[in-house]
Structure formats: structure tokens, C-alpha cells
Design a protein around this ligand. Structure first.
Ligand code: PXL
Length: 264
């Protein structure tokens, strides 16, 4: 089986990060190997939370993985709570031939998430520019490039060496969608349903689906089409009272299930 390292936090409440990445990568038929950056009582959108940073353990864990010869086909990065964590992830990725998908988690709805200082954001920017695929939302695209124009922002990232730029959460004509930019092509995928809300973890879901699909042989365009349709379906069928809680994806994971030619 293909192996994917998931470098992200584990949050007890507010379904996101490893809490959605591990099941999604797994249901897509890829082994998920988590390296938690931090463990939180709840994601940072709630009115309070407690956090344990694993910054000092990350280089030790990566050294162990390297020492034991574990090889990865994909590396998926998400939430970082300290600059040194990003350094450790960059160093780990540099020594690997894996496809690097960096989800540059920094903010949403025009606001940075709690704790995202200028210096942490500039480390995340360096990681994003070294990745094969990145999945910023429109707020993160602006933080990465200074651009509010999506096409111009994506162009800056492509010129910097990123192969596929997936801009998420684009609002247009009462719909919400995602755009994929590669060197000579661009495609947008919109959902047929837009309530005007944004929900915890949907960006993490999109990044995980794209990583899993690409590792299974899909191109980024069809991977983003699948992710857009899945997330739209899940939002439509979720009973969400608080956007921080996340969406009811668990019941529908089977829709993403891989179809192997297993022995009966
Ligand atoms: O989904 C992004 C995310 C991931 N991890 C943590 C967060 C957030 C967004 O608020 O707080 C801990």
C-alpha cells in the first residue's frame, strides 16, 4: 500500500486536521501515518482551549522514521503551532521523494487563526513555495502572495515553482467553489449549494481527498472535482449548530471508498 505522512494537529473537538485526515486517507486506500504537531482540547475557534505543543518531539520522531527506513509516497502538512515545527517538516520533506501537499493553514474569512504571527506565517510561506501542491483558501492566498485577485495570486505561486495551486472557498453567484491552477490550465468547480457559512475542517477534508486521490493516480483536477462534490454533499446533509463543530462527514465516508479488485 502507498504511505502518506500526515503532519497536522489532533483536536478533541471541532472535527478537523488529523481527525478528518486519517479516516479520509484511509478510506481512499492509502496508509495514514500521523505526526501530530500539537494536541488540543478543541480547535482554536472555540472560546477557550488547551494545547500541548509537540515541537521538540517532531525532529526526534522524523529521525526515528528515517532511521527505520520508512519511505513515504505522500506528505500532507496542515496546522503548525510553532516556527520550529515548520522547519522540521521542511527538513523531513527535503529528504524524501514523496509528493508534498502543503495546506497552508493560517486563517479564514479574512482573519488569521489564533496564534498565527507574522514570523510563523512566513515559515509557512516558505513551506508552501517548496510544495508540489498547495490548497490555500482565499484568505491564505492573500497572506501568501499579498494578492486578492485569485488568478494573480495563483500565478505568483506557480512562478515560484508550485505545480498545482488549489484555491478553496471562492464565493461566486451564491455558490462556493475551488479553482485549480497549473502551468497552462485552470478549472473551477462550484457546488450547487451555498448557505453562506464556513465550517471547521472542510479545508482539511479537501486537502486530504486531493492527497489520497493523487496518490491513487488521479490528476489534481479530477481530485478537486471529487472533493468539491463530496464536501458539498456532506454540508447539505449535516445538522450543524455551531460552525466550530465541523460537519457530519463520518456517515458518508463510504462514498469516497476505493474500489479494489480484492479476492472474494
Ligand atoms: O481547520 C483548520 C484548523 C486546524 N487545526 C486547528 C485549528 C484550525 C482552524 O481553526 O484551530 C487547531
Amino acid at each position: 500500500m502507498k504511505k502518506c505522512a500526515l503532519i497536522n494537529d489532533l483536536s478533541g473537538f471541532g472535527k478537523c486536521s488529523l481527525g478528518v485526515g486519517i479516516p479520509i486517507i484511509s478510506v481512499l486506500g492509502i496508509e495514514a501515518h500521523p505526526m501530530p504537531t500539537a494536541v488540543l482540547s478543541a480547535q482554536t475557534g472555540y472560546s477557550s482551549y488547551k494545547k500541548v505543543d509537540l515541537t521538540e518531539y517532531m525532529p526526534l520522531f522524523f529521525d526515528e522514521w528515517n532511521k527505520l527506513g520508512f519511505q513515504f509516497d505522500g506528505i500532507l502538512t496542515g496546522y503548525f503551532s510553532a516556527e520550529k515545527q515548520v522547519d522540521a517538516a521542511i527538513a523531513f520533506a527535503k529528504h524524501s521523494d514523496a509528493v508534498l501537499l502543503a495546506d497552508p493553514v493560517m486563517g479564514d474569512d479574512g482573519q488569521r487563526y489564533d496564534g498565527f504571527t507574522d514570523s510563523l506565517c512566513s515559515k509557512i510561506k516558505a513551506l508552501a513555495f517548496s510544495a508540489d501542491i498547495i490548497t490555500p483558501n482565499v484568505t491564505e492566498l492573500h497572506l501568501l502572495t499579498g494578492e486578492r485577485d485569485i488568478h494573480k495570486g495563483a500565478e505568483i505561486l506557480l512562478s515560484g515553482g508550485v505545480k498545482s495551486v488549489v484555491v478553496t472557498g471562492i464565493k461566486k453567484d451564491h455558490k462556493i467553489g475551488n479553482a485549480v491552477f497549473e502551468k497552462d490550465s485552470c478549472r473551477e468547480f462550484y457546488s450547487d449549494y451555498y448557505e453562506g457559512g464556513s465550517y471547521s475542517g472542510t479545508g482539511d477534508m479537501l486537502a486530504s481527498i486531493v492527497m489520497g486521490k493523487v496518490l491513487s493516480g488521479s490528476d489534481v483536477f479530477s481530485a478537486v472535482k471529487t472533493a468539491t462534490e463530496f464536501i458539498s454533499f456532506v454540508i447539505k446533509n449535516s445538522d450543524v449548530r455551531n460552525r466550530n463543530d465541523g460537519v457530519d462527514f463520518e456517515k458518508y465516508l463510504c462514498k469516497l471508498g476505493c474500489d479494489n479488485n480484492e479476492k472474494k
